[in-house]
Write a protein that binds this ligand. Structure first.
Ligand SMILES: *Cc1c(COP(=O)(O)O)cnc(C)c1O
Length: 401
């Protein structure tokens, strides 16, 4: 099975996690598989992003927003009691402490600022659990933009609090009634809607998925996680770089942003997927939402539904760059079960006083398992991105206690 590939020596590949190849390719993945009108809209986003990213004025404005509105830099917290119990030295990169409670805000502030620079007045977004929708509604309110958020009818029922937060922030939440009425359908619907609104609207994708330039643009907006962590590790660790860098993977944006800070080091990169949403570990080549990558499919090549207790990991595929990093052997992708993640969340709460998002608890569950079975040798240093806080998951945790 793919998720038990043995370690290869970490390779340092020039240009890994730099710009993609021509036409947004990461090896054989990526690309821009979209109707003609969206190909043009993506080209405009690509051009605007390249220009903005090379402009110190844009970078400075974004850095300031991240500092004064989102609460960056986030701390690096040594998990002292848990480290002692596990026999490793675990450090947590605290994205749970950002405004709105997860790393999603990093990407959304970047894209919202880009949208204003492009003269757009409205953001379109898809959302599953509602975290990306809330972040988008927040950035729109802050910058005086409108926000239209597509959300599956089933998710609307399950995530009433986030639906209310989006409406409180002035966003329009559009229920999606097609298909399984969850994230995959909401994404399709948002893209369809964008076709008719490219003149005045920017499509703000929530992860490192979708047509070029989104996978690398979103990774660049999340790179701040890895860059801050790299500097913080340099100050904290004798070797300067942790032995392992671990993050959970839904579409893969918090992991991509984290890995980007360490791609040129000897650190071993580990992406942790939900057992029922393991695009990188178990997916097959396919095309969905404008991009060629690895997706869960049935025998006929139909993309199947993901199932995870963590709504943010409930996506049937993975971003194209992760598929490529897997093929290169630069990162390794593993899976954990719902039960392991739930147990890890309780353990973190009780040893460190931090209630993590269920998504982030997947990354921790692997650390706990790997410290137990020797996959993480005693004394290893581990950096783990804690992608979000667990407030949104209390109704799930309630069942356990
Ligand atoms: C959305 C979300 C994720 C998964 O998204 P990625 O793009 O894989 O990072 C992980 N953790 C939290 C807290 C989320 O809200």
């Amino acid at each position: 099975m793919r998720n038990v590939l043995p370690w290869r020596e970490p390779v340092q590949l020039d240009g890994t996690m730099g710009e993609p190849l021509a036409r947004g390719r990461f090896g054989e993945y990526g690309g821009r598989y979209a109707p003609e009108s969206l190909v043009e809209a993506c080209r405009e986003v690509d051009e605007a992003f390249r220009e903005a990213w090379a402009d110190p004025g844009f970078r400075g404005a974004l850095a300031r927003l991240l500092a004064v509105h989102a609460g960056r830099p986030t701390p690096l917290t040594p998990a002292l009691r848990l480290s002692q119990a596990l026999g490793v030295r675990l450090y947590l990169k605290r994205e749970d402490l950002t405004h709105t409670g997860s790393h999603k805000i990093n990407n959304v502030l970047g894209q919202a600022l880009l949208a204003t620079r492009m003269g757009r007045r409205r953001l379109i977004a898809e959302t599953g659990a509602g975290q990306h929708g809330v972040a988008t509604a927040t950035a729109a309110a802050l910058l005086g933009l409108e926000a239209t958020v597509f959300m599956g009818e089933r998710d609307i029922e399950r995530q009433a609090l986030n639906v209310f937060r989006m409406r409180m922030l002035g966003a329009e939440v559009v229920p999606v009634t097609s298909g399984s009425r969850t994230l995959k359908d909401a994404t399709s619907e948002a893209m369809r809607h964008w076709v008719g609104a490219t003149g005045d609207s920017h499509y703000c994708i929530g992860s490192v998925v979708g047509p070029d330039p989104y996978p690398w643009m979103v990774r660049e907006f999340q790179r701040v996680i890895g860059e801050e962590a790299r500097a913080q590790c340099a100050a904290e660790l004798r070797a300067g770089v942790p032995d392992h860098v671990v993050a959970c993977v839904g579409g893969g944006s918090n992991a991509a942003g984290t890995f980007a800070g360490f791609a040129d080091t000897q650190a071993r990169l580990v992406g942790v997927e939900a057992e029922g949403g393991a695009g990188a570990a178990r997916g097959r080549l396919g095309v969905l939402h404008g991009c060629r990558s690895l997706f869960l499919q049935d025998g006929d090549g139909q993309i199947t539904e993901a199932h995870s207790v963590a709504a943010g990991l409930d996506y049937p595929g993975v971003g194209p760059e992760h598929a490529h990093l897997r093929d290169l052997g630069r990162a390794r992708y593993v899976t954990v079960t719902d039960e392991e993640a739930l147990a890890a969340a309780v353990r973190l709460a009780r040893t460190e006083g931090i209630v993590p998002a269920l998504e982030s608890a997947h990354a921790l569950a692997w650390v706990i398992r790997a410290a137990g079975d020797g996959d993480l040798p005693a004394g290893s240093t581990v950096l783990m991105t804690l992608s979000g806080r667990g407030d949104k998951d209390v109704s799930t945790f309630k069942e356990l206690l």
